[in-house]
Design a protein around this ligand. Structure first.
Ligand code: ZN
Length: 294
């Protein structure tokens, strides 16, 4: 079986709340990325945040994050796709990728509703949080990233996104092997499948082969370990992190502590973990000598 990819999701747009270990500033993000690399992660997924943790799409902040991490580690760097919901046009949404030149950037390859259901109140917290990613925009993102030499990581929220990924591979818009992330959804977020082994297994009938698609599972607002076990057993890969869930039941650990637990689980299950250099080779991502542009 392939060596395991661990793509640690440091922060997303999550606020610290009960777990103070979520990094916000470029310094904190870089420091956390290094700790996760030492713990065994081979890819670090980052979102730029303002001083109080607010969302930021600043190309300069992304460039600073990339520069700081790359100066001290060979861990692969994976930035988000810009401007969620209805803000901004396609060109604006990849400006931070052009500025930061990460190894990997996300393309969420379809549209879905991001509203969360408040079970206690019996209603949705919001009702218009449409995460819109048209085929036209996704095609544009794939072309821009190919020109830049940045590997896309496709976000696959539903089976229809998996089918679109297979078609993009067939069209040559995504090179093989493609890289994907499957965000499963707990906490009454209904944007994707449930964050359970069954929710993950529901993708399997539509998945390209393991050689053609390296898929990582992550679990928004839910503990990843049951789904991580399924991914490790089935040849998939794992994307844990405080950006998705605070892990109060584990005493609010750091990202590096979560990575160490996934590494131990993989070893117990007989699966080796790739080094960053091995992950780069597996995904056919060229070494990146040039520094970030901004
Ligand atoms: Zn993200």
């Amino acid at each position: 079986m392939q060596k395991l990819i661990i793509n640690v999701r440091l922060n997303e747009w999550e606020m610290r709340g009960p777990n103070p270990n979520i990094p916000y500033s470029p310094e904190e993000i870089a420091e956390d990325a290094l700790a996760c690399a030492a713990a065994g992660a081979n890819i670090v997924h980052v979102h730029a945040r303002g001083p109080n943790g607010e969302k930021s799409h600043s190309p300069e902040l992304y460039a600073e994050i990339t520069r700081r991490i790359r100066a001290k580690s060979d861990i692969l760097i994976h930035t988000t796709l810009g401007n969620v919901y209805l803000e901004g046009d396609a060109a604006d949404r990849v400006k931070h990728v052009e500025a930061a030149m990460p190894d990997i950037a996300t393309i969420d390859i379809g549209s879905t509703n991001m509203d969360r259901f408040d079970r206690a109140a019996g209603r949705f917290e919001t009702t218009k949080q449409v995460y819109e990613n048209s085929i036209e925009s996704c095609t544009y993102f794939a072309r821009v990233m190919k020109e830049l030499g940045v590997k896309p990581s496709v976000g696959i929220w539903n089976v229809s996104f998996m089918r679109t990924t297979a078609i993009f591979m067939e069209m040559g818009l995504l090179e093989k092997p493609a890289l994907a992330k499957i965000p499963l959804c707990g906490g009454d977020l209904v944007a994707g499948h449930a964050a359970t082994p069954e929710g993950l297994e529901a993708f399997f009938h539509a998945m390209p082969s393991l050689d053609e698609l390296f898929w990582c599972v992550c679990t928004k607002y839910a503990n990843i370990f049951p789904c991580a076990a399924v991914a490790i057993a089935r040849g998939g890969h794992v994307a844990p992190g405080l950006g998705d869930y605070h892990y109060a039941e584990l005493g609010c650990p750091t990202n590096a502590e979560l990575v160490r637990r996934i590494v131990a689980m993989a070893r117990d299950m007989g699966r080796e973990v790739a080094t960053p250099a091995e992950a780069r080779r597996m995904l056919r991502i060229p070494a990146r000598a040039e520094a970030a542009r901004a």
